[in-house]
Design a protein around this ligand. Sequence first.
Ligand code: V4E
Length: 220
Amino acid sequence: RRLFMSVEVERKFLCNADTLKKLKEIGAVCIGQRQIHDQYFDTPEFHLTLRDMWLRKRKGCWELKCPTAESQSGKQGEAAAALCTRYKEITSLPEIHLRVKEVIKEDRESEAGFSHEDESWVSKLNLVCFAEFTTARRSFTLKEEGVQVDLDQADFGYHVGEIEVLVPEGGDEQAALEKIRKTAEKLGLTGDQRVKGKMDVYLKRNHPEHYAKLLSEHIL
Ligand code: V4E
């Protein structure tokens, strides 16, 4: 299970016909395959995503991914770190609600009788679902401690891999970056280009206006 609030350090990569073979060669062990259905929410004015905040419902649970102080790893770091993203993952609903409300501000007056029991907070904050898709994910663990590789196939036809390390709050993010760098090297990843995530491809196709806004603000 995910920790209450951890930082996910991640590097995406393009899969090819060799990826599975390579994973086996370096001793990666498949730990499962599952379908993930995600619904992403934002206001019609994009209050959240324009701040690089990603609110989603996955398997009936709310999750919020938001930038850390040093989310853009590579800005001052080495080139390999520039290929990684770092996001705080929040899974406590009261904490999610607090952060979302903070951003959307109270143009929308205070809600008397607020409760997490039902989902009225979603509509009260004018949050609507802007993206919904299902991903078939195969996950692998590596000998390198704490490193997981996911191979994702989204239902809209995009295939992407991720090397990720979850760092508990206050943990060593530099060590995580180093583990990811080593794993990428073992997998023979050569490209020095950032690889697009599923959302990037989804929005470009389905919501070009939203996509253009995020591009112009350097969020995607
Ligand atoms: C953070 C983010 C988004 C939310 C989805 O994150 P992502 O890691 O792409 O999805 P997924 O399904 O792999 O989540 P996990 O199961 O690992 O928690 S959508 C866009 N972003 C920002 C972003 C970015 N700017 N650049 C890259 C390479 N990735 C994500």
